[in-house]
Ligand binder design. Structure first.
Ligand code: ADP
Ligand code: MG
Length: 355
């Protein structure tokens, strides 16, 4: 195990730069998730740590050692890919053992590691099977097993659960987290799924277009998003965003949505009067009734099990709120919405930065 230091790392393919100076310090034993939309540079960054892509500039360290120019096999990392890349003609045992054999590991050590990994992964009964005789979830476990037997300093995961159905994905998420609790191997996990990021990470780096927008714990990202992009990317259903202009007097502050609609804002915030802002409020921070009312028409009520998800329109704004099932609410109703002011965020419309 070791910390991983990524400093000012850039990557160009020909003339095109796709990673624009990323710096992330990952602590020893930490589980860090890189999350962001498709094409933002997550895999490229991970592949630079693995040694599968050159670093154009900047520095990557594992422990005290700069690894930019080490061959992949000398980096002591193990990677799990989205396409599990199992050897079709080798059985489970041989798939798991192959990497160790290539490194000329002693036969007894290989056997012991494969036995122990297949036990933790629930693969003991499947050691003689071939990949085509396994389910998607079992193949995924074999791919994990191949990484685990290596006992590397760092695990790298690139969307390892993307090929699984929703139920199995949720189950594997828990398994990976539990295994991390036990092994505490420094891990970097790439996904485009914010739920995976929020549930598995010690810390999350939210990426967009080759930069890191924010690096923090799941709670920090959810409660104190650095900007409108992070606020919108994290959370499901997503935060409601309404554009307006900030207004202040000595006594109070509000956002003017136009057409005479005013939304109250928290006391003591920043921003000058007249500033174009976006008013952000998460679905669970809206209540039906209460103070600070905004009139809205219900368009759809979705039964989610523990609560209702209500879609409503107010003027040009579409809003989503999650409310307790004790609310009697149906499509067509005119309702008034109240906001939990402690949880309201304001963003500068020009820069997107939270103010
Ligand atoms: P992500 O994993 O976040 O979806 P990638 O790291 O795969 O994104 O890609 C980031 C950007 O780099 C994309 O625009 C992609 O088209 C480009 N890219 C990735 N690999 C190559 C390559 N080998 N040659 C040229 N462009 C590439
Ligand atoms: Mg990718």
């Amino acid at each position: 195990m070791a910390p991983v230091g990524i400093s000012s790392v850039r990557k160009s393919f020909g003339a095109l730069e796709v990673v624009h100076g990323v710096s992330i310090d990952i602590k020893d034993g930490e589980f860090v998730v890189l999350v962001g939309p498709s094409g933002c540079g997550k895999s490229t960054l991970l592949r630079m740590v693995a040694g599968l892509e050159d670093v154009t500039s900047g520095e990557i360290k594992i422990g005290e050692k700069v690894i930019n120019n080490l061959l992949p096999r000398d980096r002591d990392v193990a990677m799990v890919f989205q396409s599990y890349a199992l050897y079709p003609l080798k059985n489970v045992r041989e798939n798991m053992a192959f990497g160790l054999r290539m490194r000329r590991t002693a036969k007894e050590v290989v056997e012991e590691r494969v036995a122990s990994a297949s036990k933790t992964l629930g693969l003991k009964e499947y050691l003689e099977r071939f990949p085509k005789e396994l389910s998607g979830g079992q193949r995924q476990r074999v791919a994990m097993g191949r990484a685990i037997v290596r006992a590397p300093q760092v695990f790298l995961f690139d969307e390892p659960l993307s090929n699984l159905d929703a139920r199995l994905r949720a189950q594997m998420r828990v398994e990976i987290s539990l295994r991390h609790e036990r092994l505490r191997t420094t891990s970097i996990y790439v996904t485009h799924d914010q739920v995976e990021a929020m549930t598995m990470a010690d810390r999350i780096a939210v990426m967009r277009d080759g930069i890191v927008e924010q690096f923090g714990t799941p709670t920090e990202l959810y409660d104190q998003p650095a900007n409108a992009f992070v606020a919108s990317f994290i959370g499901s259903p997503p935060i409601n965003m309404m554009k307006g202009s900030l207004q202040r007097t000595a006594e109070e502050a509000w956002v003017d949505l136009g057409a005479g609609v005013r939304l109250p804002v928290p006391q003591g915030g920043n921003g000058e009067t007249g500033m174009p802002v976006t008013y952000g409020v998460r679905p669970e921070n809206i209540v039906i009734g209460g103070p600070h009312a905004l009139e809205a028409r219900v368009t759809l009520v979705e039964m989610m099990g523990p609560n209702y998800q209500v879609l409503a329109t107010s003027g040009e704004h579409q809003l989503c709120l999650t409310v307790d099932r004790s609310n009697r609410v149906a499509a067509g109703d005119l309702i008034s919405l109240g906001f939990d002011l402690k949880s309201v965020h304001l963003f500068d419309q020009k820069t997107g930065v939270r103010i």
